[in-house]
Design a protein around this ligand. Structure first.
Ligand code: ATP
Ligand code: MG
Length: 395
């Protein structure tokens, strides 16, 4: 019965000029998400509202699922709208609406009418009362409750008349494209896709970088990361995924530095390279999936040592999450099943049995001196292996 959706979005912080930028970005992101649905749609912005009209046949559930991936949407309201053919016709439509949407009539309701068109013959109070009466007459089991109704039935009198009562929660956040771009360090784990999702939710576009170490890491491990990027891109829009061959740097560190500091030194070089690519691609920050204390390389001391090579802001949205909380988000965004596939990761292959948990920055730097003669060339060579894949979620 529904042929349209009213899109609700939080309006806090989107006043004045920002408001229309926010709305335009939202319209664009909605259009992008709906390309993945059967059917065609019109997305329109009128009088401070955004509507999605289905043009012909469409799949209701699929459309809702896609709209749920659009950051900035706080609620999705399926709408019926009809031409104004007088109050009697409207009454019939509303009775039909209530009948279809609420098979169980043991419910209380309240009518909430609004007139955007003031020439309608009934005023708001009269509309509420008259429509309520029509519903009660058709369904005597129903009751009116103006304070805490089960069903809030909205009626909007515009050119046409809009009827809706259901609000399906959207993902919240801000539309992607309203807040710059950042570079996600994407591994095959659980946390980094979650971190990308969380930053993208604030309106930030994502690029990503993945470090692999062939032949120690396989093609399948790389494909897993591409798959994760694709799942995140359902929310974030297309992601430029840069893949860097990190093997020679890892081997050099392995050869020349103490093994218990290997992970930290490796992470420092990952951050340096990521930052360099970020600068070249106009990203304004780095994103990692780190969480304080989760592993040896994520203690406060380790983060201090890793962060020291970065001059850009590093966003770590998982920083305060317990593993279980990350897992819950990854399940919600559907990356969990892919993240737990058992393919090897370059961090785990070269990992020491007893990595330092309290690295000392001065000592780390001293040991990095062992790489002095080779590292510039190795970094340059690693950067020259960059392979870029544009990852997007298609139907
Ligand atoms: P994740 O679940 O995201 O893999 P993790 O708990 O396994 O995280 P680490 O392996 O210590 O943690 O990595 C910490 C962060 O460093 C990751 O969240 C990711 O942002 C980045 N990272 C680690 N390995 C790689 C890699 N091979 N390529 C790109 N980024 C990486
Ligand atoms: Mg990992």
């Amino acid at each position: 019965m529904f042929t349209a959706f009213l899109i609700k979005y939080a309006e806090i912080g989107v006043k004045g000029k920002n408001r229309y930028l926010f709305e335009d970005a939202l319209v664009q992101q909605i259009k992008y998400a709906l390309k993945r649905c059967e059917g065609s749609f019109k997305v329109r912005k009128t009088q401070g509202r955004i509507y999605v009209d289905a043009l012909g046949e469409f799949d209701f559930e699929e459309t809702i699922d896609q709209l749920k991936t659009v950051f900035g949407i706080s609620g999705i309201c399926p709408v019926v709208y009809v031409e104004d053919q007088g109050f009697e016709a409207l009454g019939k439509t509303i009775v039909n609406y209530m009948d279809q949407v609420y098979p169980d009539k043991n419910k209380s309701f309240k009518v909430n009418a609004r007139r955007a068109r003031k020439n309608y013959p009934l005023d708001t109070m009269e509309l509420n009362r008259e429509v309520g009466a029509v519903i009660l007459e058709a369904f005597p089991e129903m009751t009116v409750d103006v304070h805490n109704p089960d069903i809030m039935l909205y009626l909007e009198i515009r050119e046409k008349i809009y009827i809706y009562s259901e609000v399906i929660p959207g993902p919240g956040g801000m539309p992607v494209g309203t807040n710059g771009k950042a570079m996600l360090l994407l591994s095959g784990g659980i946390d980094s896709p979650v971190a990308g999702y969380m930053i993208s939710k604030r309106g930030v576009k994502l690029d990503a970088v993945y470090f692999h170490a062939p032949p120690y890491t396989s093609e399948r491990a790389k494909q897993k990361v591409v798959d994760l990027a694709r799942l995140v891109s359902r929310y974030s829009g297309p992601i430029y995924l840069h893949i860097i061959n990190f093997t020679d740097i890892q081997l050099a560190i392995y050869e020349k530095c103490p093994h218990d500091e290997l992970t930290i030194i490796m992470r420092r070089y990952m951050m340096k390279i990521a930052q360099q690519i970020a600068e070249e691609t106009e990203c304004m920050g780095l994103i990692t999936g780190e969480s304080i204390g989760q592993v040896a390389s994520q203690t406060m001391h380790s983060l201090y040592a890793t962060n020291e090579v970065c001059s850009m802001p590093v966003y770590r949205p998982c920083i305060g999450l317990d593993k279980q909380e990350s897992v819950e988000i990854s399940e919600k965004i559907n990356t969990y099943e892919t993240s737990i596939l058992p393919y090897e990761d370059c961090c785990t292959i070269f990992v020491a049995k007893h990595p330092v948990t309290k690295p000392n920055l001065e000592i780390i730097k001293r040991h990095e001196e062992n790489l002095r003669e080779v590292i510039d060339e190795l970094m340059e060579r690693a950067l020259s292996t960059k392979e870029t894949i544009i990852v997007r979620e298609e139907k």
